[in-house]
Ligand binder design. Structure first.
Ligand code: FES
Ligand code: FE2
Length: 325
């Protein structure tokens, strides 16, 4: 369980003022906005009789439990027990845990550890030159399998035959590398037809090497594919993976482009194409067993084109060791 990470848990625009129930690593949290509009997350279970605070409401910036009306503030402290007479004290145990929350790039992010690291995002996500179209998906698959699939290039002609077209399934000159928590891939030979690549407008002149498609994973859960369209014009798809529990992963996605901001048809093309390709992935990823990608490399067979996914497993093992300390 990777606690020391930021996970997208909701869209900012949904939280008005909440509460919104969310789950990460099987733990239940409730998001809400305080009276000042700032988003917070507190543990979802009421310390009185265990009602779900997500079934309650927000009043004056605090959460009111649906069962006996106890109120909780953003520090997780109970501020009111309606059944108490004035001389009766609020018990010290009437507290719920809290976690750090942040809003960026149109998403609410939750840190599942207690002392947050800075949240680093791909610059395109917050660049006002980029139009951003959000989407969400829920897969019945373990986080590890879901992220690995986004780094797997040899499945393309099989899972995405209709988008990739007839291509040589042999993976030539796969270029990839890892620097710290950043894993990058320059997919080849599917250079101009990676299925997750946003559909680019047709053009006459030949592509130059600088127009190479690039995939990056910022470990553990931020993924991007960048497809240059012309000089300084780029389309990207971002996926943020959130482990809901051992069987479920939520994907917060965004289609981005820094040109033709008003072209509704491009919005629709990019989104429809992305959802189509991801649904092809979902079907296969949900069927994989064991559900969790095994850490023991001897449990599965590997070939050189699996290199990026194996790098991911190494990073994961290292991070889990760090988190356990
Ligand atoms: S269960 Fe929440 S107030 Fe009683
Ligand atoms: Fe795929």
């Amino acid at each position: 369980m990777l606690r020391e990470a930021w996970y997208a848990v909701a869209r900012s625009e949904e939280l008005a003022p909440g509460p919104i129930p969310v789950r990460v690593h099987g733990e239940e949290w409730v998001l809400f906005r305080g009276a000042d509009g700032v988003a917070s997350a507190i543990g979802a279970r009421c310390p009185h009789r265990g009602a779900h605070l997500g079934d309650g409401c927000v009043a004056q910036g605090e959460i009111v439990c649906p069962f006996h009306g106890w109120r909780f503030n953003r520090e997780g402290r109970c501020t009111r027990v309606p059944a108490n007479r004035p001389e009766e004290a609020i018990p010290a145990r009437a507290r719920v845990p809290v976690r750090p929350v942040m809003e960026r790039a149109g998403w609410v992010w939750l840190y599942t550890g207690e002392t947050p690291r800075p949240l680093r995002l791909f610059p395109e996500l917050e660049d006002p030159e980029y139009r951003r179209i959000h989407f969400e998906l829920l897969w019945r698959a373990h986080f590890t399998r879901t992220v690995e699939n986004s780094l797997d290039v040899s499945h393309l002609p099989f899972v995405h035959a209709d988008t990739t077209g007839e291509v040589d399934p042999m993976v030539h000159h796969l270029r990839y590398g890892a620097e710290g928590d950043r894993l990058w891939i320059h997919p080849a030979p599917f250079r101009r037809s990676h299925p997750m690549e946003p559909p680019r407008p047709p053009r006459e002149d030949p592509w130059s090497p600088e127009e190479q498609v690039e995939i990056e994973l910022w470990f553990p859960n931020l993924w991007i594919i960048r497809a240059p369209v012309a000089a300084a014009a780029q389309m990207c798809t971002v996926l943020v993976f959130t482990p809901v529990d051992d069987q479920t992963t939520r994907i917060f996605g965004a289609c981005l482009r820094n040109f033709a901001q008003e072209a509704a048809l491009l919005d629709e093309h990019h989104l429809t194409h992305t959802l189509h390709v991801l649904d092809e992935d979902r079907r296969i990823v949900e069927s994989l067993r064991p559900a969790h990608a095994p850490f023991d490399m001897r449990e599965e067979a590997h070939v050189p084109s699996d290199g990026p996914a194996i790098r991911f497993r190494h990073l994961l093992r290292k991070a889990l060791g760090r988190d356990a300390r």
